[in-house]
Design a binder for this molecule. Structure first.
Ligand code: ATR
Length: 273
């Protein structure tokens, strides 16, 4: 019997997840159907209840429901707990397991696809919202020499950094505190690029950077990436690889087989220029 999955969001028409999972299923010979499910605002639970009642096996979750998905779950992973948000649910009888694969997807993209090891590196991540929270534990697990989380509202970054102190070397600060500091890898996990804004970060942070990574996807050369380019950073990347890698994690979690991400990353890449 065909197993059913969906991406739940509002709006959800833009989502590439059906294309990605359908291709993963074709590649690995898995019998699944993966669709889009638009939940009315405020009706995540009812929408997912109905999908489960119809025999669904799991869902991915996009904005604005990642917090609702976390609240909906009966069993949550460590990554989901720290993020306070879930991007994948698995339905197993009465149980609903929650995961957050955004961070591991990002780490896998940087290390496996782009070829930059995080171990021993000085890493700067901008932002302390949902996107940043999901990424912290997987980053710290790679043992960077230094991980600085900088946010427009410094207190949010500081509080988040304190929550993960036990997991590695992490420090939270404000954007203005970055003056004079240099990093090897700089990531933009703020939502500034969605509105074409530039986080107020000094260009000097890119002084010795090899990689600038914009977590947003298909936004072209964002103000953040332009700043990095102007500062001489050789490698610029956006979140297309992260998108496909987090999908691969969910697919493996649900189906027990690992798909090949490279063809889809090639297919979905939008040139940065
Ligand atoms: P997401 O789930 O995409 O991370 P979010 O939880 O609303 O969205 O968080 C947005 C993040 O982008 C926050 O870290 C926010 O900074 P504040 O905590 O100070 O609000 C950051 N952000 C949004 N617009 C920004 C801008 N123009 N400059 C700098 N940071 C910005």
């Amino acid at each position: 019997m065909t197993d059913r999955y969906a991406i739940v969001g509002n709006p959800v028409g833009f989502s590439k997840s059906p294309l990605i999972h359908t291709e993963f299923a074709r590649q690995t010979g898995q019998d699944i159907e993966y669709t889009r499910l638009e939940a009315p605002l405020g009706r995540f639970k009812e929408t997912v209840d109905a999908f489960r009642a119809a025999g669904a096996k799991g869902v991915n979750i996009t904005a604005p429901f990642k917090l609702d998905a976390f609240a909906y779950a009966s069993d949550v992973s460590e990554a989901a707990r720290l993020a306070g948000a879930a991007n994948a649910l698995s339905f197993e009888g009465d149980r609903v397991r929650a995961e957050n694969f955004d961070g591991i997807g990002l780490v896998n993209d940087i290390q496996r696809n782009l070829g930059f090891s995080l171990q021993g590196k000085r890493v700067l991540m901008l932002g302390a919202g949902g996107a940043a929270r999901g990424a912290l534990l997987p980053f710290l697990a790679q043992q960077p020499a230094e991980f600085v989380l900088a946010n427009r509202t410094a207190a949010k970054a500081q509080a988040l950094a304190r929550q993960c102190e036990g997991a590695g070397s992490i420090r939270g600060c404000g954007l203005q505190d970055l003056e004079g500091l240099r990093f090897d890898i700089v990531l933009n996990a703020t939502s500034a690029s969605l509105t074409g804004e530039l986080p107020a970060v000094p260009a000097s942070v890119f002084g010795s950077a090899q990689l600038a990574y914009e977590l947003a996807y298909a936004k072209g050369l964002t103000p953040f990436l332009r700043l990095a380019q102007g500062a001489g950073v050789q490698r610029l990347a956006d979140g297309v690889g992260m998108l496909v890698e987090q999908a691969a994690e969910a697919f493996q979690w649900w189906r027990g087989v690992r798909p090949d991400t490279a063809p889809l990353i090639r297919q979905l890449t939008v040139p940065l220029a």
